[in-house]
Design a protein. Sequence first.
Length: 656
Amino acid sequence: MLDAKIPSGSLSEKWTKYKGSVKLVNPANKRKLEIIVVGTGLAGSSAAASLGEMGYKVKAFCFQDSPRRAHSIAAQGGINAAKNYQNDGDSTYRLFYDTIKGGDYRAREANVHRLAEVSTNIIDQCVAQGVPFAREYGGLLSNRSFGGTQVQRTFYAAGQTGQQLLIGAYQALERQVALGTVQMYSRHEMVELVIIDGKARGIIARNLVTGELERHFGHAVLLCTGGYGNVFYLSTNAMGSNVTAAWKAHRKGAYFANPCFTQIHPTCIPVSGDHQSKLTLMSESLRNDGRIWVPTKQGDHRPPNEIPEDERDYYLERRYPAFGNLVPRDVASRAAKERCDAGYGVGTSKQAVYLDYAAAIQRYGKAEASKRNLGNVSPETITQLGKDVVKEKYGNLFNMYEKITGENPYEVPMRIYPAVHYTMGGLWVDYELKTSIDGLYALGEANFSDHGANRLGASALMQGLADGYFVIPYTLGNYLSDEIRTNNIPTDHPAFVEAEKHASERINKLISINGTQTVESFHKRLGKIIWDKCGMARSAEGLKQAIEEVRALKKEFWSDVRIPGTINEMNPELDKAGRVADFIELGELMCLDALERNESCGGHFREEYQTPDGEALRDDENYMYVAAWEMKDDNWQLHKEALNYEIVKPSQRSYK
Ligand SMILES: Cc1cc2nc3c(=O)[nH]c(=O)nc-3n(C[C@H](O)[C@H](O)[C@H](O)COP(=O)(O)OP(=O)(O)OC[C@H]3O[C@@H](n4cnc5c(N)ncnc54)[C@H](O)[C@@H]3O)c2cc1C
């Protein structure tokens, strides 16, 4: 069994106790220690800025032309924190409890409690940086609800929360760049990890403009490289998001945890055809006010506005009256799939359900008329007042929907369908965020995280910033305090030479295949296999087939891929080929993990294991563990970390 090194003591005191007794590095020694931070999204920017501010020498890397372009910028809906500004019963414990329950009892209690504790610090930190969170008329920060909760604890900046938070973290990072504590390497991709005497000591990075390979030393290496949802080809992730950095670490011995735990988000714009390479999220915040429904008759072709109220099935409200449209994402996604599979889907593909704002517009309109003391108001005025309120809250999301679909969501219900959105799996880390390799840490979406088998909305930004601003500054010091006598290792050390040689040989091999099929075509085929057989529903039979298909695809890729251009130039096709090759290997591991877990939990839904009413059926006796896979000679060995619930009592999740 794996040891997560969780501190002793009562749950609510573990983190305080840890911070009070952790080893420290004095300021003079900090200046001598070098840290490599790969990734400058929210997790990486916040970590690099904090460590720079503390006095460490930091080198930060990202593959985009600026940290401002990290995938984090796409986050729309908000960030959770247990501030209880609404006085609606929120607390650190409730945020902790909701997250553990939302994750279907497959997350570590101690980590989740720490996350809930520091959530409030994040808001203070970001407000101090000037992040323009939405405010009430009186000036207090405003909140809204996300799925899986009955309180309002989500802080937001219109529909651009990630962008505003990233600007805050970016300016903190740039301040350190200007001060010289952080050296920024944009358009650089980590392609190898360097290990010396069992410890992570550096990386090989490829300059994506010149194609050159570079060696970089660090006393410790932090991977903040995001999630791997693009293994599915179609996802809401940024097009460049990939698994390569984590995969290189995995190949060098870092365990990969719960790879099959994927989040399928219920409210995305449905796939419209084969030509598509990207899916668009409609933020979960829209479920605050929007009502989800399908016609009560199968194959009803009438336009939505012609379907009378009593011929509509608000299936989430019907099945889950306590949480209604705000059930967690895994539950809402499966319910939509169930309705569509049963023939009640809408739109031309019949793979969609309605998200309707008509009732919210009327409700807000009446409240606004009353607020303004308007008597005898016409229905048109009420509707207009309501639309104005909705526009203020969700205007940019509505515009985005109209731009993509050509339909006006103020007039016609939106059509939505679940899509791949986030990956709960990732590099296994202990309580200190350290991977199974000494000196190698993983933060943000890149680690297997605090979300168990299903992440609640608005919790990823919280976790990334908690890791970067508030956790790693303590836990890394604990490791580095024993490294103060380690001098910088010159990069002509044989381990650097060997790692660079390995990276170079792989790139040369890729470009020399000179086959007939594009990188994109392989990615698309991989995505289809994984979506069909390791997506929203999985079965042992399908997973076994998928493993064979992915293995065959890997062979074909390495014998027939065609990459135009050369190595020593800017060559995005070559960059992508390396990433897709890693996705193919990950795809096999995801199916293996899903096959090994003979239960359903959260986003992992094995068709064989469900309750009579179609809910996920866990097997706590046999599967209450984190599955951490070690790669050995191109094969995998499973290690388990037992999950011990001391405070929360795992039960069948109910949102009824
Ligand atoms: C459309 C959308 C909306 C979302 N909305 C919300 C929301 O409202 N609330 C919420 O909590 N969460 C939301 N999420 C999830 C959340 O945005 C992400 O989980 C989070 O931003 C991930 O941050 P990160 O710092 O871990 O990674 P990222 O932001 O993905 O950053 C990864 C970084 O790693 C770098 N990198 C990767 N590989 C390499 C490599 N090999 N070499 C060098 N650099 C590398 C990249 O350049 C980048 O800088 C949303 C996600 C999507 C897709």
